[in-house]
Ligand binder design. Sequence first.
Ligand code: ATP
Length: 235
Amino acid sequence: MLKVNGINVYYGNIQAIKDVSLEINQGEIVTLIGANGAGKSTLLKTISGLLKPKKGEVLFQDKSIAGKAAQTIVKQGISHVPEGRRVFANMTVEENLELGAYLRKDKAEIKRDFEKVFELFPRLLERKKQQSGTLSGGEQQMLAMGRALMARPKLLLLDEPSMGLAPLLVKTIFRIIEEINKTGTTILLVEQNANMALSIADRVYVIETGKVVLSGTADELNASDQLKMAYLGGH
Ligand code: ATP
């Protein structure tokens, strides 16, 4: 579904991504793990069009998307939930969700997707008229995910959805990610918590200082000493 082939990404003179290739098949949950500053968020931003690779290709359903405008990429079916759950604080929950669907014209289907999001996140339904800035951190994460789902993505990019949440809520968020995946959405998940990531993923890529150093199925990586080394090495 998605193929990243040998991309290099720079911030000015600093190279954040070095010749990275990866692949995501339809229906999978793939996770990217790695220490702070490894380049995980940069990679997601490059896929969703917020950054342009200097070299290499990004193919989504066999079409090149590298360097295309973020809006065009959303239309093609990729939604990105960035780190830090950026919701529009002065707008209500409902208005934030509406914004997620702003590129769509299929009104009846949009209405159905509202219902689906409220089924996944009943808390958002209870709070639909509430100003988003007054939601708790976990509720804002739910809203950021719900807003991305309102674009009806084929591929959902999630950047550290568990960050800063209480353990019980982390479990809930992961259960919901699995539910979203079961209804047919392919998922690329960035996660620092390697154990949580491995428990949910089909396949895993480990990134260190801008390079993929290890990849495989979740089972393979669970059994890998190299993963423990790479992961502990970063902390
Ligand atoms: P974290 O888990 O801490 O979010 P990450 O793996 O997502 O880390 P990135 O945010 O992709 O890492 O950062 C990769 C590298 O690029 C880091 O060295 C970072 O300092 C650098 N970087 C990120 N954003 C910028 C920017 N806007 N300008 C300059 N350098 C940046």
